[in-house]
Design a binder for this molecule. Sequence first.
Ligand code: HH2
Length: 266
Amino acid sequence: MSRSKPFLMGVLNVTPDSFSDGGQYFSSDAAIARGLQMVQEGADLIDVGGESTRPGAAEVSADEELQRVLPVIVALSKAGIKVSIDTYKPLVAEAALKVGAQIVNDVTGLRNPEMTEICVRSQCTVCIMHMQGEPRTMQLNPEYNDVVGEVSAYLVDRAERAIELGVARDRIWIDPGIGFGKSLEHNLLLLNHLDQIVAIGFPVLVGVSRKSFIGKITAIGDPHDRLPGTLAAQVIAQEKGVRIVRAHDVKEASQAIDVAHAILSA
Ligand code: HH2
């Protein structure tokens, strides 16, 4: 059976406090340069975020978030790059779409009805991610009876609700939300059973890049040292059929995905 290569989403955090690249691309110039570089390195789209969602991160006002992301989205869109806006705030999503973003990446899975309205009106693509709880407290005591079943049911429910409200079925991506209200075991079960989430029928996006589950398995504290573990998890996700891989280290992920694709297609 022929299979297509997953798309590579480059992560661009225009924040001072993201868990692995906080402060690195906080100025617009540095962020734009990094966005262009990631496309050169093989990214198919760039996910621009202006507020960290790591456990304990400070909340940012919509105004502040807009100041961070808008100049970057304008510049990358003008350069013909596909941009997604990583936000749960309707105001931020709306403004980002107006200046050229084409995808809304909502880690709260369209919990806010205004976000759905904006996606319907703009006819953008939307990524619905699963998260248990809120970013500030989500890692305190995540609990599931059947994590794969519960996350799948949530994603089906949120996607069906979005369709009822007017989002086109072919504009929906789903994401199990690795690290968002999940223990190590929950993350591993989700990754090993991604094929069940793929079988739901929407394109699946997965973000494993440098995440703390890799640190827990390997006892590597510094997220920058988690590249080999990241690539292992990304290739497993690819093999299970995910359509979009979210990565900080685009050059390396691109090589891993190309090689895995050649093998899986032989
Ligand atoms: N992970 C992060 C942020 N946004 N969006 C989706 N759809 N899926 C993910 O797994 C995901 C996401 C966390 O990573 P990062 O953006 O690097 O960190 P921070 O939230 O600290 O800015």
